[in-house]
Write a protein that binds this ligand. Structure first.
Ligand SMILES: C[S@@+](CC[C@H](N)C(=O)[O-])C[C@H]1O[C@@H](n2cnc3c(N)ncnc32)[C@H](O)[C@@H]1O
Length: 354
């Protein structure tokens, strides 16, 4: 959590240039890293039932008492913990957001980004200099089941918040029979479509590890007989043909334009004449756009992360329209989503040959 400032410190760092704001970044970076360590060591979960002295907490978490005390003291300064009678306790914000069992828990998000920043961002300069990603992000994920589970849980939560609105915004004709979800992983979106449209069947394509969570979602919804999960590489696996609607949600931002074009062409070939594709993407804004607000900052941070880890980036609306047209789509429309400040739905129809 951002370190709390006194009024005088806030004046020096925020309201004037009297002090280097980068010093706050140093503290915030250590705050974020310390919280990731506490999460991984089980500190917040062990404190869920009330305060504990450091010695008891060290036994429960299998840690060194001195090392743990120094971590707990830092976390107390950052606002994750408080001192209470009986030892250290979770702060109100930690209790509300960082326990795994609470509704909308932020723990999977913090754990995923902590693993990502620790594992990848140490050599950010390398991708900036070379222009190529520092590794294969999805292969890295598939080798780390816990990080992959947090990643897919984070995406599934976002999907659970958006899917009702998206189903509403994407009307499915009564004679439509087939939905293709490309890179559908956790499968929450196809489950939402199948639940709303009993005549539909779905095919979800993704890597095997990602589809493991998808299989659970589909089974929990009782839709196994209407949903096929197909494991494979999106650039090689058979998408099938004749689909009425294809979802390409949060996938193209992992690729540069040439690969995105290949993917869009593969999707176009898998659709029936007149079928539609829907992309869900955070859209890049022009560099001169005002930077106030978390939304713009998040998309720019995310775009840099995509470039470094996958060789991708957030696209601008016009770029996506150009790629869709080049891939054989027409009638491109953008839908603003009420449920998200940063995600946009871009829908297009496959061009039919006259
Ligand atoms: C950011 S996630 C989006 C998941 C889901 N569509 C959503 O919007 O919540 C991207 C998905 O694409 C899959 N993916 C990325 N590259 C892939 C590839 N080359 N082959 C198969 N799946 C891939 C990942 O495993 C992951 O599940």
């Amino acid at each position: 959590m951002p370190v709390p400032l006194s009024p005088e410190e806030a004046r020096q760092f925020h309201a004037s240039d009297a002090a280097p704001a980068a010093f706050l970044d140093l503290l915030d970076a250590v705050s974020f890293r310390s919280a990731g360590a506490a999460l991984r060591l089980g500190v917040f979960e062990e404190l869920a039932d009330g305060p504990l002295p450091v010695e008891r907490l060290a036994v429960r978490t299998g840690t060194d008492p001195l090392g743990l005390r120094l971590l707990l003291d830092a976390l107390t300064s950052f606002g994750y913990l408080i001192h209470a009678e009986g030892g250290y306790a979770n702060s109100a914000n930690t209790t509300r957001w960082l326990l795994r069992a609470v509704p909308d828990s932020f723990a999977p998000v913090l754990a995923f980004w902590s693993a990502l920043l620790s594992g990848w961002w140490h050599d950010l300069e390398w991708s900036i200099c070379s222009g190529t990603p520092a590794g294969d992000f999805y292969a890295w994920l598939e080798q780390r089941p816990e990080v992959l589970a947090d990643f897919q849980t984070m995406l599934r939560r976002l999907a659970d918040g958006l899917s009702a609105e998206i189903v509403e915004l994407l009307p499915v004709p009564a004679d439509a029979r087939s939905l293709l979800d490309v890179g559908g992983g956790h499968a929450s979106y196809p489950v939402a479509f199948l639940s709303a449209h009993p005549q539909l069947r779905a095919t979800v394509v993704d890597l095997a590890g990602a589809l493991a969570q998808g299989a659970e979602t589909v089974a929990a919804a009782g839709l196994t007989d209407r949903c096929t999960l197909r494991a494979g590489d999106l650039f090689e696996v058979d998408f099938g043909t004749g689909h009425d609607l294809a979802l390409l949600f949060n996938v193209v931002h992992g690729h540069q334009a040439a690969e995105t074009l290949t993917l869009l062409r593969r999707v176009a070939a898998a659709l029936r004449p007149g079928g539609r594709v829907a992309l869900l993407e955070p859209l890049a804004t022009a560099p001169e756009q005002p930077t106030a607000g978390l939304g713009t900052a998040f998309v720019r941070m995310f775009s840099l992360n995509l470039f470094h880890t996958q060789g991708g980036r957030a696209y601008g609306h016009d770029e996506l329209v150009g790629l869709l047209r080049e891939a054989g789509f027409t009638d491109v429309r953008q839908q603003v989503l009420g449920g998200s400040e940063t995600d946009h739905l871009v829908i297009a129809q496959v061009r039919t040959l006259d």
